[in-house]
Design a protein around this ligand. Sequence first.
Ligand code: NAD
Length: 269
Amino acid sequence: MLDGTTQLVAIVGSPIVQVKSPLNFNTWFQDHGLDLAMLPIDLRADSLPAFIGLLRGWQNLRGCVVTVPYKQLLAGQLDQLSARAQLLGSVNVIRREADGTLCGDNVDGEGFLGAARQHGFVPAGGNALVLGAGGVGSAIGCALCEAGLARLVITDVDAARARALGDSLRGTFPATEILHEYASLADFALVANASPVGMGNGGELPLSEAMLATLTQGCLVADVVTSPAVTAFLHRARALGARTQTGAQMARAQMGHLGHFMGVMPPGV
Ligand code: NAD
C-alpha cells in the first residue's frame, strides 16, 4: 500500500504493458518489508523534455528504469553517464541524486552476463558469438569484453552496424579479438541471439539449421527475446543438447543491478 512516506522508483517506455519490472520490483520490496514502490509510466515522446524536468524536481523518486524506445533519447539529456553508457550511447537506468542531478548507466549487458555466469559460463579467455549489434547486442558485447573475453564474433543483418560496434569496442577493449565472420559454432562457449528474431509465435530462427547442426553440447545458447518464454531457437538448441538461457532469466538477473544503481537494493540481489 502506498503512503505519504513511500519512496518511489519508476520505469518509463512506450508501450509499457509488456514490462515485468514493476511486478518483480514490487514483489521484492514487499517481501523485504520496504516502504518502496515502482510505477510504470507509458510516456509520449513529445513529453520527454517535460519528463526530464519532472525527474529533477520529484523529491520522493529515487530513480527510473528506461526501456524501449527511450534508451538512446534519454542518454543525451542526463547530467552524468557511466563510461559504458557513454560508449553505448544509451541508458537503461537513471539515478536521481538528492539535489536533482540525474546519472545514467546501462546494465543490460551485466544482467545478461550475470545470468550466463549462473549457467556456468566463464567469460575470461572464452569465445562467444552475439547475433545482433543493436541496443542489447552492443551492451552484451561490451560486458563480455569488459569481463575479459578472448574472442567476440558479433554479427548483424546490417553489416555496417556490426562493423561500427566492432570498431568502437576494439578501441576500448584492445585485448579482445573482435570479428564479424565465422564458419561454424564449434569453437563458441556461448551463442547469444541479441536480435528480435523469434519474437511472437512465428518460430523464426536467427541461424540456419545447417549452422545450428555445428553446435557443441557444452555450449550455452542464450536468447534475449522474452516472448515466447522459450523461443524456437532455444527449443532447437535444447534438442541438440545445448544448455539454454532465456530472456526472462536475463531480465531477472538485471533487477539487482538496476535496483543497486538507483540505491534501493543492496549489491548482489
Ligand atoms: P535494436 O533494434 O536496437 O537491435 C536489434 C538488432 O538486431 C538490429 O541491429 C537488427 O539489424 C538486428 N537483427 C535483426 N535480425 C537479425 C538477424 N537475423 N541476425 C542478426 N542481427 C539481426 O533492438 P534491441 O533494443 O537491441 O532489442 C533486441 C531484443 O532484445 C528485443 O526483442 C527486445 O525485446 C529484447 N530485450 C530483452 C531484454 C531482456 O532483459 N531479456 C532487455 C532488453 C531488450
